[in-house]
Design a protein around this ligand. Structure first.
Ligand code: CTP
Length: 172
């Protein structure tokens, strides 16, 4: 699957924990383009799993996102974004800078996510969190266009995620 993106846009990666957002973002975009909630939790609290640092981490992430968009730089938000209020913040930010909000959804089967989660030592929460995120994602899928995402790509499985490519276009 080829994802066509305008040269300047705000990309929301959307997917449960373990769906491969950070891996995909690292492959398709330059390091500075991807703002990861994990990385910002490390910056503000030394640990990507300190969830009570979320407020500070997202404040810092959005501060940097604004600086980038003000410079006309494509920006990717690497966070689960399975909740509508998280996505609304992204759409609002895109509107603030008059850039297109774009969603790239990593829609993996629950069993695969649970297996990956069980194999990870770096995510100290239970499988119920993954199941909840999968449900939130399912509910989100049909809403994304209506929320304001101008372009939505759904990668339906690990193979599609692995094969995804990005083409940047001057006109969208
Ligand atoms: N992983 C995998 N196969 C892939 C991609 C990722 O097994 N094709 C595994 C990685 O080894 C990693 C885990 O899944 O341990 C999470 O990958 P990551 O790209 O960090 O996924 P995210 O969706 O970013 O996870 P999180 O939201 O928890 O940061």
């Amino acid at each position: 699957m080829t994802i066509h993106l305008p040269e300047l846009c705000l990309v929301a990666l959307v997917g449960a924990s373990g769906s491969g957002k950070t891996t995909l973002g690292g492959r398709l975009f330059a390091p500075g383009e991807v703002l990861s909630s994990d990385a910002f939790r490390v910056l503000v609290a030394n640990d990507e799993n300190v969830l009570d640092a979320n407020g500070d981490a997202f404040d810092a992430l959005y501060f940097v996102a604004r600086k980038r968009l003000a410079r006309g730089l494509l920006t990717v938000i690497d966070a689960t974004n399975v909740q509508a209020d998280a996505r609304k913040r992204i759409v609002d930010l895109a509107r603030e800078f008059d850039v297109l909000p774009v969603a790239v959804v990593l829609d993996l089967p629950e069993e695969e996510l649970l297996a990956r989660h069980a194999a990870r030592a770096d995510r100290p929460f239970g499988p119920g969190v993954i199941r909840q995120q999968v449900q939130q994602l399912r509910r989100s899928l049909r809403r994304l266009q209506g929320e304001g995402f101008r372009h939505v790509t759904v990668l339906g499985g690990a193979q599609e995620v692995q094969a995804a490519q990005v083409v940047r276009e001057r006109l969208y």
